[in-house]
Ligand binder design. Structure first.
Ligand code: PLP
Length: 426
């Protein structure tokens, strides 16, 4: 960073301050992670200088010999890793990737059925102030009022009632396994496309810790920067072509799903791809194909389970009582706190989490009843189950004694000990 330090000391200073924040705190936002230096090197490379609208072998700009090779390599690695027939690696991020999928499969005004944002879904799954709710007729499904688990019978009834052209499954705040096979059966019953958004869990899918949607979904989308541990970005994956696709070839355009998705990204939505980002995704995919990555993915879940167990033993209320994946949704209302108070409190001892709605939350999104926390970033730092016991006890102590300065300073020391034991980018 020495050139930057000379050229732009203000930004350099801020980057270094953020580095120190990441090093000295416990990063527990479940959608965050730490990429490798190799990924960051590709991200900061000269590939950012090149325009390459189009796809390998069919560009609107000259000079793309090496860019074509980069994108082909990235696509091949994605196809290999996820076992799919086609991969589009150009989406700038998860939200534009989902927008492209809507463009590819639907016409404006068509009905889409997605998980309610207030119950764990994503903005792009039909929230009324998002494109998905503004340009499409969005209907929602949620979780059961008692168990807080996906209720597939209720989802089936809803699908039969609203007849969606597309069902989107996947979540941002659901601590349990998603049954893609059941979603497929529902989609088949109502003649809908099934889109699986595995942004949060794609790293767990690769590690074999969460079932893959590849055998069931028509289209799979994942961001590349969450459990997959790559740069910010996204990929749209088209599973192996199977006979069941009712209109594999679009009646008007005569394109198959892969062609529809590619056309929706470019020229439908984006211009030139971010080639530095594509190369960095390739690096992350290479890393994700190693045995070490599988070990990391398995450890994420072990860590989350141990953390959940510790919190429950401390008397903390968890939605669904625990977790099967990388995240935990905690109801802090029994502690007399709001989600936003809990977030601020944990922030004050260098533990970063985010306030989050819980299912059927009586409170508002800006100050909900819960917090969401996860283990991917800590697992990347090398935290194991013993560390998670310490993390869980520290979190519980802070939330139970928000005004106790002694408790808070003991917590700060515990965080320092843990982060010192697991250095980041040192
Ligand atoms: C994070 C996420 C997205 C959006 O990703 P961005 O890169 O933030 O646009 C979409 N869907 C799900 C389920 C996500 O978790």
């Amino acid at each position: 960073m020495s050139i930057l330090q000379t050229e732009d000391p203000e930004i350099s200073k801020l980057i270094n301050a953020e580095l120190a924040r990441q090093q000295d705190g416990l990063e527990m936002i479940p959608s965050e992670n730490f990429t490798s230096r190799a990924v960051m090197e590709a991200m900061g490379s000269v590939l950012t200088n090149k325009y390459s609208e189009g796809y390998p072998g069919a560009r609107y700009y000259g000079g793309n010999k090496f860019i074509d090779e980069v994108e082909n390599l990235t696509r091949d690695r994605a196809k290999q890793l996820f076992g799919v027939a086609h991969a589009n690696v150009q989406p700038y991020s998860g939200s534009p990737a989902n927008l492209a999928i809507y463009f590819a499969l639907l016409d404006p005004g068509d009905t889409v059925l997605g998980m309610d944002l207030a119950q764990g879904g994503h903005l792009t799954h039909g929230y009324k102030f998002n494109f998905s709710g503004k340009f499409f007729h969005a209907e929602n499904y949620g979780v059961d009022q008692k168990t807080h688990l996906l209720d597939y019978d209720a989802i089936r009834e809803k699908a039969k009632a609203v007849k969606p052209k597309m069902i989107i499954c996947g979540a941002t705040a659901y601590p349990r396994i998603i049954d893609f096979q059941k979603f497929r059966a529902i989609a088949d019953e109502v003649g809908a496309y099934l889109v699986a958004d595995i942004s949060h869990i794609s790293g767990l899918v690769i590690a074999g810790e969460h079932p893959s949607p590849v055998h069931y979904a028509d289209v799979v989308m994942t961001t590349t920067h969450k459990t997959l541990r790559g740069p910010r970005g996204a990929m749209i994956l088209l599973p192996k072509v199977a006979d069941r696709y009712h209109d594999q070839y679009h009646p008007k355009t005569k394109r198959d799903l892969a062609g529809l998705v590619d056309a929706a990204i470019m020229p439908g939505l984006q211009g030139g791809p971010h080639n530095h980002q594509t190369a960095a995704i390739a690096v992350a995919l290479k890393e994700a194909a190693t045995p070490e990555f599988k070990t990391y993915g398995k450890q994420i879940v072990k860590n989350a389970k141990k953390l959940a167990e510790t919190l429950v033993a401390e008397g903390i209320t968890l939605i669904t009582g625990g977790t099967d994946n990388h995240l935990i949704l905690m109801d802090v209302s029994p502690l007399g706190l709001t989600g936003s108070q809990a977030e601020t409190l944990l922030d004050s001892v260098d533990i970063t989490v985010n306030k989050n709605l819980i299912p059927y939350d009586p409170r508002k999104p800006m100050d909900p009843s819960g917090i969401r926390l996860g283990t991917p970033a800590l697992t990347t730092r090398g935290f194991t189950e013993d560390d998670m016991v310490a993390v869980g006890k520290t979190i519980a102590a802070v939330l139970k004694a928000p005004d106790n300065e002694t408790v808070l300073s003991v917590a700060r020391m515990a965080v320092e000990k843990l982060t010192d034991a697991h250095p980041l980018y040192s």
